[in-house]
Design a protein around this ligand. Structure first.
Ligand SMILES: [Fe+2]
Length: 368
């Protein structure tokens, strides 16, 4: 399979991965030749990238961070919890949360066991899911990223459970933000931005009163927009006053925000998202957390077309644990000419060979 920008799709190409909505309903099936109409539908849905079938990489298996079944269950549980909390008054909220916290803890243990049993470096390219409310998908993605970091840092099971709950509930305060601000397709005015920033405090207030939720989870909601140099919100506290989990969630949150598509902009590729994090290393984000994150996600996702510094072109077909910036490449083009017999090189073994470009030109023209 090959990953291409949706705008580069041509009628007749076949999707290599079925595209689902959040509730597991099939929107477009794999293996079916796409029509011009389907392509424009994908663009309307703001899907930035798609996987298409490619005869040269048929043998490649792409591991998912979690199974589709667990993902579907996770989105349902998160959606139910958030929606119930949105409707009820304060007393009912506590009651709902008591019921939900057991389900959420159960879910986190499911996610953790799925992640632990999958020992490969995996991708979380969420464009195969089209969602009607980004908050739910975002909550799940942030949880998965935060748990991957937590696992890399060797946190205890108990800490991972709290961090996971913090991930799922970090944006719960957004349920109190008016929909016209939350889903505004475009830049927020300064008044709207001031209101949006309050979701941290709203979340803290909802969670700190719930006795079945550890207080640290409330602090995750409170602190995930704080930054090491004090430039974050709501309080502008600095590094020593930000809990480790707040720092982990900051990294996970920003990465998912820039690598997911939203109504108003396209998604960045993982390595571009990582550059954003590195640009803020030590000023905004904790360097050791960015490092742990770099080791746990596929920076160059499977199927991406890359150009090497010696001019060869190829597709990413495998990952190296802890060395995710040097994946395995199937060479398909040498000196500008497609070769008849593609072959694999593992960049881990050729340290003088590196990736210099990756379909960015296509991607950039897709964005403009
Ligand atoms: Fe947030």
């Amino acid at each position: 399979m090959r990953l291409i920008p949706t705008k580069s799709m041509k009628p007749g190409m076949k999707l290599a991965k079925t595209i689902y909505n959040d509730h597991g309903r099939v929107l477009l099936s794999e293996g079916v030749p796409v029509t011009a109409r389907m392509i424009s539908r994908l663009q309307q849905l703001h899907v930035t990238f798609v996987y298409i079938e490619d005869s040269r990489t048929k043998d490649i298996h792409v591991p998912n961070m979690i199974s589709d079944k667990v993902r579907k269950k996770a989105i349902t549980t998160i959606t139910d919890t958030f929606k119930q909390l949105e409707k009820e008054d304060t007393i009912s909220k506590w009651f709902v949360m008591d019921q939900s916290s057991k389900k959420l803890k159960n879910l986190i243990n499911h996610l953790l066991s799925d992640m632990k049993s999958n020992d490969e470096v995996s991708s979380l390219l969420t464009d195969v899911y089209v969602h009607d409310n980004y908050v739910f998908t975002h909550s799940l993605n942030v949880t998965l990223y935060a748990l991957s970091i937590g696992l890399k840092l060797g946190l205890s099971q108990n800490d991972l459970e709290i961090l996971g709950l913090g991930g799922i509930l970090h944006d719960i305060g957004k349920m109190q933000i008016p929909a016209e601000i939350l889903f505004k397709p475009g830049k927020l005015s300064s008044e709207e931005y001031t209101e949006m920033k309050k979701h941290t405090t709203y979340g803290y207030d909802i969670l700190r009163n719930m006795h079945t939720i550890p207080l640290l989870v409330a602090h995750c909601a409170y602190q995930h927009h704080e930054r090491l140099n004090g430039s974050g919100y709501p309080r502008g506290v600095k590094a020593p006053d930000i809990h480790l989990f707040g720092k982990i969630l900051a990294v996970a949150d920003v990465f998912d925000a820039v690598t997911s598509h939203r109504i108003y902009r396209s998604a960045m590729l993982p390595h571009e998202g990582l550059e954003i994090l590195y640009a803020g290393s030590d000023t905004l984000f904790e360097p050791s957390i960015i490092e742990a994150f770099r080791k746990s996600v596929a920076i160059y996702p499977f199927g991406l077309t890359v150009t090497l510094n010696d001019g060869r072109k190829g597709l990413v077909v495998g990952q190296n644990k802890d060395l995710t910036e040097r994946p395995i490449i199937r060479i398909i083009e040498e000196e500008g000419t497609e070769i008849e017999e593609p072959y694999d090189i593992n960049l881990k073994d050729y340290l003088d060979v590196g990736i210099v470009d990756c379909d960015i030109k296509n991607h950039m023209s897709a964005v403009s």
